[in-house]
Each structure stands twice: as C-alpha cells, then as structure tokens.
Design a binder for this molecule. Structure first.
Ligand code: PMP
Length: 376
C-alpha cells in the first residue's frame, strides 16, 4: 500500500524517532524542575529543539510557543488576541478571515461571532485564494486580527502572504497565517516578513510526532512581548502563554523534524515537483478527458493535487483503491460534509463528490505511482 495522504499526516521520520526514544525512556525529567540532572537534561533538550524550530522559521527562540498542534495554535491566537485586545482597543469588534480556512480557524471565529464579534469571511477565487485588493480595502476599518491560510490543505493554492503581511505591517495591524501545510515545502524566513505577527504550524505534517505544534508570537520589539490571553492558565510555562508540563519527547521530535525539513527543503521541493509532474502526465495518458483539475498549476504547494475523476464518486473510488493506495476525498478533518473549500471555490456539489486529493512525499519514487496507470 502506498501512502499518498501526506497532507493529513506524515510518517515519523526515522531520525525523529531515534531522537525521541531516550525522552520516552530514561530522560523523563520535567524541564520546569531544578538542579538535578534529569531536569537539566530536559531543559537543555527543549532549548535546543526551540532553536531548531526557530532556525527553520527564521524567528527568535522566545517567539516559539509549543502547543499541542495547529488546531490549538489557531484557537489560542484568534481567541487570545480577541480577549486581550478586545478590552483595550476601540476596534475590537471587527475581525477578518477567509471562507477557505481550516475548520480550527473558521470555528474559532464562529465562536467569537456568536458572542458579538463582527467577522468578515472573505470570498475566495476559483483556486481558494483571497483577493489582495479586497482585503487591503478593509484595512481602514482597523481589524483587530486578520487570519489568512498560507497554503490551502484541500486544494494546495498559496495565498500571497508576504505581500499581504507587508500591508499589515505598514498599517500596524495584527496578521496571522496558518502555515501548517507549507512548512518544509515553501521556503521563507520570518525575519524578512515582519508583518506576520502570528503563525501556526504542526509537527505531524513534517515527519514529526502528533500532539505537538507551534504558535509563533512575534515580539513587538526586542524586549516587548505581544500580549495574549492564554488558552490554558496554570504554571506559566512558555512565557505564560501556554501552561502545562512540556511534552519533552514530542518537543525534541518536532525539533529534529524541523532540522531535517530545513536541511532538505530544496531537494524535497525539487523531488515533489518532479513526482507531481510525472503523476499528472501518467494520469493524463491513462484517463485523458475523464480528469478535471481543481488545483492550480502554479503558485501552489508542491506535491498536493486536487482533481476530479469525472463521473466517479470519490468516496467509492478511494474505498476501492484503499488496499493499494491511501488517498483522501478532501481534508481528513471534514470528510463527512462536502468540502467548504471546494464549495467556496465555486465547484459544484456533484464535482465536489468526485474530487480526490493526492498528497505526495519526497520519500517515494516514480515507480510507486504506477498504480495510477491501471485505474480505468
Ligand atoms: N491547519 C491546517 C491548514 C491543517 O491542514 C491542519 C491539519 N489538518 C490543521 C490546521 C490542524 O493541525 P493539527 O492536526 O496539528 O491540530
């Protein structure tokens, strides 16, 4: 069975597992404890993982907040900004996002909306991208926070995040991006994009373990932290942003995954692009006009293809192929309802029902894709 659902999750990288094992066995210290070796070792391990993640993202170590994953990071940032600044800002009642966000962003905004916040869910184009002009025209209304996904998890399109962030920087407004799907696949350095004040990412999408992610909260200046009401109150870990005993084994795993992703990003992109081109060629050859593509051909996450097998119910197809290949009918998080992303992109319900998402990984080879030659 070949696994082609790498946007849902990825296999643990072998080096990640090796790095984690000691912290599940003998190195069980709590990094918040003091003086004895077990605690000091745990502290050191967390520090070096933080440095590895900071290097991958291009931010300061103390701007990295470990969370349980991107769902938590998104909730924490959106609700935390609203709660903290809502009390002190006269513009607290207006927030912006798009219709094609991950459910953890959309539902966080819906939660705030039910409590009286005015949320603008921007329309998206046929590839689920926001319109830069439409968004920048809203900035005079001083939104408290705007959250736009960087790379879409269902259709793969990239939003022009650097360009948008620049506008937010110039207007001194808060901008958040959910970067979960682009880490290790789209090179960037947060030092060059100061307008991104907040960013979310997840460990298990980059060969790291599940249950660990990052909320990047960039400082206002070298000394001044951006304030946020925490989602979890308690012992004050993670600069008081996120309490709870640190999951050291997961943190060191994420650190190693970040290091590996950083080291291999260029070769991984090249490999994903090659595999994607090969697969599309093969599908065209085999199925011709029985195919229809939802994904754009450029400005996209390498290795993510959303397409339709015309006239074929995707769930039935995926089930039938499941002994040989793991595919997805959309995102793993919303498989029971028709995809809100594809619907927002103007794709009809019938087309949504025949849509399949294939997400490659750089560890496979062209020969692994031969299965698609036999689909009739
Ligand atoms: N945002 C995006 C774009 C995602 O693809 C996912 C995972 N499907 C998440 C957030 C949630 O990540 P996690 O599983 O770490 O909570």
């Amino acid at each position: 069975m070949i696994y082609l659902d790498n946007s849902a999750t990825t296999k643990l990288h072998p080096e990640v597992l090796e790095t984690m094992l000691p912290y599940l066995k003998e190195e069980y210290g709590n990094p918040s404890s003091k003086f004895y070796l077990l605690a000091e070792n745990a502290k050191k391990a967390v520090k070096s993982a933080r440095e590895q993640v900071a290097l991958l993202l291009g931010c300061e170590d103390d701007e990295i907040i470990f969370t349980s994953g991107a769902t938590e990071s998104n909730n924490m940032i959106i609700k935390g900004v609203h709660d903290y600044y809502g009390k002190i800002s006269k513009n607290s009642n207006y927030m912006i996002t798009s219709q094609a966000e991950h459910p953890s962003v959309l539902e966080s905004f819906r939660y705030l909306e039910e409590r009286g916040t005015n949320v603008n869910y921007l329309k998206v184009d046929s590839f689920a991208r926001v319109n830069v002009n439409e968004l920048t025209e809203e900035l005079h209304r001083q939104p408290l926070l705007t959250s736009i996904i960087w790379g879409n998890n269902e259709i793969g399109s990239l939003n022009p995040i650097s360009e948008l962030a620049q506008e937010f920087e110039e207007n001194n407004l808060f901008f958040h991006t959910d970067a979960t799907q682009i880490i290790g696949k789209v090179p960037f350095n947060l030092k060059d994009i100061p307008g991104i004040r907040f960013l979310s990412m997840s460990g298990h999408k980059i060969g790291g373990p599940k249950g660990i992610g990052v909320a990047v909260i960039r400082k206002q200046s070298k000394e001044i932290y951006t304030k946020l009401t925490p989602l979890l109150h308690g012992g004050g870990q993670e600069n008081n942003y996120r309490s709870g005993t640190l999951a050291v084994h997961n943190i060191v795993g994420l650190g190693k995954a970040a290091e590996v992703a950083h080291k291999h990003i260029n070769e991984n992109i090249t490999k994903l692009e090659e595999l994607e081109k090969y697969l599309i060629g093969l599908l065209h050859e085999n199925l011709g006009d029985k195919l229809k593509f939802n994904s754009d051909t450029k400005n996209k996450i390498p290795g993510l293809i959303s397409l339709q097998f015309v006239g074929v119910n995707s769930e039935l197809l995926i089930k039938k192929l499941s002994p040989y290949v793991a595919l997805s009918s959309g995102s793993a998080c919303s498989s029971s309802k028709p995809s809100h992303v594809l619907t927002a992109s103007g794709i009809s319900l019938e087309e949504v029902r025949q849509s399949v998402r294939i997400t490659l990984n750089p560890q496979i080879n062209k020969a692994d894709l031969e299965i698609f030659r036999n689909i009739k």
